[in-house]
Write a protein that binds this ligand. Sequence first.
Ligand code: C2E
Ligand code: CA
Ligand code: CA
Length: 410
Amino acid sequence: MSNPAFAWLRTTGFGGSMTDRFQIQLSAGEILFQKGDRGDCAYIVESGAIEICHHPELPGGVVARLGAQEIFGEMALFGEGTRSAGARAGEPTTLTRVTHEYLGERLQAANPMLRYLLRTLSNRCRDLLNGKDILAWQPAAVQQDNADRTAANARVYAEQELTLALERDELQLHFQPIVHLSGLEVAGFEALLRWQHPQRGRVSPADFIPLAEESGLINPIGRWIIDRSCSALVQLQAARPQQPIFMSINLSSRQFDDAELLPAIDQALARHPVNPALIKLEVTESLLLQRLDDGLRLLQACRARGLKVSLDDFGTGYSSLSYLHRLPVDTLKLDRSFVLQLDTNDAGMKIVAAVIGLAHQLGMDVITEGLETKEQIDTLRNLGSDLGQGYHFSRPLSLAEAAAFVRKSL
Ligand code: C2E
Ligand code: CA
Ligand code: CA
């Protein structure tokens, strides 16, 4: 089986090697199925030849002859319909079965619009082959797929809304202060995305970032965030020119292969007078490890431009300390879950102290997230965390409020 399109048959779902359960041997002239039979699978010709005909029990009448690597009976994969033609072996033939269940599982995991379109097309095609008038086509079978249709349409509307949100300036950045735990002065800000929806009000990033990632819209949105964050940093720095302020920008793993991301960073740095060393890109530990090669390539290119890198949400994923020294990371961001453990658990305190100590030995500084009480701040300062971020200092602020926060903390 050399066709790469079918490589998945060997490598996934079927336990790695082909078994007889999936192979069918036919002798010359043997009938595989008749027109009108119910179908629950498609077939790939491994060797030999298959003749598609309306009456396979009668000689001749061949409408198509298929050879090695060709697929047939595929409409059965999108719903168990009846075969619109028969199939028989033109010579000794070996076939591989691709079951309805196999594709069903993959379709279930796919975008609902893809599922809906494939079903609609296969139903339409089946009706055409059965001689129905395509111009008078009634999507009777499609109505059974109401749930898919509703989900598909909802997804299309949501993606279109998010596209328009970017064009209509409904997306905003808010900025949450990050402070030095020693002197409590502002060290920097994290840019956090907000969607001010005209009807639904403020939509949480937790609700729309996954949609932006799945649809790929995170790429243009992400480039817009970089430009706006650099522009904001210039204004925040003007509120306190004597001491540097950094800006943390969240990156999604989907952006790792955005070919326009590095040019967008270069443009933002050319357009706004910011020191690249004051831009920190935040990537989460789990996303970086999932796409290590692409992630490392991008982060190394960013560091070559002088930008810094933070490992976000440390403690929620693998938190394996063994690889930490191999990642191009300047700052470790301890997740809020670490802080929550501290209130209840003495061992938790030792773990946090050890993680902070290790980060320092590797030359990283440490930001602790989610500091909500004065006690937590005191504990984390004593444990050695350099910087802190959390509601106790401030919630995320508009740009004007953030500039006022900098001036007030002077
Ligand atoms: P994150 O990167 O971990 O951002 C920190 C989140 O924790 C923010 O939520 C922030 O408002 C919240 N937070 C800060 N201090 C506290 C605290 O003391 N207590 C509690 N309970 N929460 C606190 P937000 O703004 O809702 O963002 C949620 C997530 O959405 C972010 O988590 C990040 O993963 C994603 N996100 C936000 N903005 C962007 C963006 O511009 N780009 C990308 N790719 N993702 C973003
Ligand atoms: Ca973050
Ligand atoms: Ca975080």
